[in-house]
Design a protein around this ligand. Structure first.
Ligand code: DGL
Length: 250
């Protein structure tokens, strides 16, 4: 087993992949974009478990030593069941970085996620664990944004952001990007909510992946250059776009 397997419902996971490659440039990466099934955020538990367990099978067949779920929706919906179903596999997931907002003592935080994640039990648990009495948390669903980002629908993205986020303009002092797709539109989010910090968990995730590899003695030893293979379940065009997105600073 030699590769770091990373998956998402589509391009969103690139924000996590980029950080991983930055921290561990010599590793071999296999990135699985499941664009045919986007949006995960509008599916239910059983559908998501069926989809994600097939992906895990594929990543294990492709020689992955660790599986990074670069998707808040898949993590909040399936992580427990996947860990039970694959007890010998090392998983690292992605959850909205509510703890980071808590640690920074923000007072009025938007938690911006997919429809599924917004209603998930896992997010309620995180709020329970990392929430102060005097802190306002606004759970806001990004509706169909992930699909629009996947299709690069710039005008619609702007309209949705304006409608959903502008009511918080004078209230919020921070926003947690609880969907990896939203990390690809930081600039657009900042246009609607200028001057507030955008919090995503990508750095924390990459550090956790490194810790897990070290703990299991699986970090690549030799200094040979790293590699990246991207597959997309929908079309080749999206793979091309993925490389372009990776080129840009996210
Ligand atoms: N990028 C995913 C997330 O972090 C899911 C987007 C979607 O497919 O709805 O939640």
């Amino acid at each position: 087993m030699s590769k770091i397997g990373v998956f998402d419902s589509g391009l969103g996971g690139l924000s996590v992949l980029k950080e991983l490659m930055h921290l561990m440039p010599n590793e071999e990466y296999y990135f699985y974009e499941d664009s045919i099934h986007v949006p995960y955020g509008e599916k239910d538990d059983d559908e998501l478990f069926a989809i994600t367990s097939k992906i895990v099978d594929t990543l294990l067949e492709r020689d992955c030593k660790i599986i990074v779920i670069a998707c808040n929706t898949a993590t909040t919906a399936c992580m427990r069941r996947l860990r039970e179903a694959y007890p010998n596999t090392i998983f690292v997931g992605t959850v909205p970085a509510i703890k980071v907002a808590y640690d920074h003592h923000y007072q009025h935080t938007i938690i911006f996620s997919t429809p599924y994640t917004t209603k998930s039990r896992r997010v309620q648990e995180l709020i329970h664990d990392y929430h102060r009495e005097d802190q306002d948390l606004y759970l806001v669903s990004g509706e169909n944004l992930a699909g629009l980002i996947e299709e690069n629908q710039e005008k619609e993205i702007h309209q949705v952001l304006e409608r959903i986020l502008s009511p918080y303009k004078d209230k919020a002092d921070s926003i947690v990007l609880g969907c990896t797709h939203y990390s690809l539109i930081k600039k657009e989010i900042s246009e609607v909510l200028p001057n507030i910090p955008l919090i995503d968990g990508t750095i924390g995730i990459s550090q956790e992946v490194k810790r897990q590899l070290e703990r299991h003695n699986l970090l690549k030893k030799e200094e040979s250059p790293g590699s990246l293979e991207i597959v997309n379940t929908k079309n080749e065009e999206l793979i091309k776009r993925s490389y372009e997105i990776l080129e840009k600073v996210i």
